[in-house]
Design a protein around this ligand. Structure first.
Ligand code: KG4
Ligand code: ZN
Length: 332
């Protein structure tokens, strides 16, 4: 079984080849054009996908040392994501599957983030909980089998990745700011400044309040000292990151308590955050949980996770027909 997968939901064009359970390639072209605009510009993303997709797919096949006619199926991200970006990957995947006369497999991007855990060992044991944290989503997912997942909590407004990126923007850092906050936080005091965590009932999250609190905090301090940000950057980043991590872990603890599940995973771009990885490892040890943290390559958007999800669908004969179109708000 040789699957070629394509991911184009946001601003990374990626292709991967999974052959009989082994990931032979995972090529990612990052779009740097968005940096100067402080966020992803959808139309520019679509154009960049158009430019990158053929070289990225060709490179993925070359890295895997596999000719096109050895492929068994073509997988692609159907959603959620930006419509124009999804259309590029979907159209390319459909044309390739048609040309090679092989099955087409649609994949849900958020399910794929969770299933990235099955690319490498140790693999999570079912049922497990996955905290999926990305630039567009913040979800607590109960995973009963590879394709049976239930969202038991989610954000009511901003995603946590957005909270990282918007905070970074307020600090004058370029997009995407999450990794930069992570970097500066390493040298800062996480308890120097306090931000309100807010109170959400049940297992849902809200990150719009903390964003506003940071805005006013910076405004008030800059009035007193115009150089406040440059003089305190590591402490500010560490304090923001600490607050966001505590908000996530508070809900994760509650979800574990309510479901009785002790196998806990994290996924998505924000799971690359070093503070979150350390805090979860410590919490897991204290709670007696088995913790699953993906390799950095499989945290942020990549086609390897799409290929992994597609393999589970292939095994079930769950194929897609040529009339399919992308779903920007796809859920599961
Ligand atoms: O999963 P992903 O690559 O794309 C989406 O599906 O959204 O996640 C991207 C998000 C961005 O908000 C980015 O700032 C954040 O993940 N991110 C991080 C780190 N690396 C990526 N946030 C905090 N710390 C990091 N090290
Ligand atoms: Zn993603």
């Amino acid at each position: 079984m040789n699957i070629l997968a394509i991911e184009s939901s946001c601003d990374e064009t990626s292709a991967a080849v999974l052959a009989n359970g082994h990931m032979l390639s995972n090529v990612i072209a990052t779009q740097l054009i968005h940096e100067q605009y402080g966020g992803v510009v959808p139309e520019l993303a679509s154009r960049a996908h158009q430019q990158h997709i053929l070289p990225v797919v060709e490179r993925a096949l070359a890295d895997a040392n596999l000719p096109k006619n050895a492929l068994s199926a073509i997988a692609f991200t159907r959603g959620p994501g930006l419509l124009g970006s999804l259309l590029v990957g979907a159209s390319f995947a459909k044309a390739l599957a048609l040309g090679l006369n092989i099955p087409l497999i649609e994949v849900n991007h958020m399910q794929a983030h969770v299933l990235a855990h099955f690319i490498e060992d140790p693999k999570p044991v079912f049922p497990f909980l996955c905290l999926t944290v990305s630039g567009g989503h913040t979800q607590l997912v109960r995973v009963d089998s590879p394709l049976t997942m239930t969202i038991i909590g989610q954000t009511m407004d901003d995603a946590v990745g957005e909270a990282f990126d918007k905070s970074a923007k307020l600090l004058g850092l370029p997009y995407p700011g999450g990794p930069l906050i992570d970097k500066y936080a390493k040298e800062g005091d996480p308890l120097k400044f306090r931000f309100p965590m807010g109170e959400m009932p049940n297992l849902d999250f809200s990150f719009s309040g903390i964003k506003t609190a940071i805005l006013y905090f910076l405004r008030d301090n800059k009035k007193i000292n115009p150089d406040f940000v440059s003089q305190n950057l590591p402490d500010i980043c560490a304090s923001i990151q600490h607050t966001l991590i505590q908000m996530l872990l508070t809900k994760l603890k509650r979800a574990a308590r309510e479901t009785g599940i002790r196998d806990i995973a994290i996924a998505g771009g924000v799971s690359a955050n070093s503070g979150l990885r350390t805090a979860l490892t410590q919490l897991g040890a204290a709670q007696g949980w088995s913790i699953y943290i993906p390799s950095f390559d499989y945290c942020t958007d990549n086609a390897a996770m799409i290929a992994m999800a597609a393999q589970f669908k292939y095994e079930q004969g769950d194929f897609t027909d040529q009339t399919i179109s992308p779903l920007p708000r796809m859920s599961f």
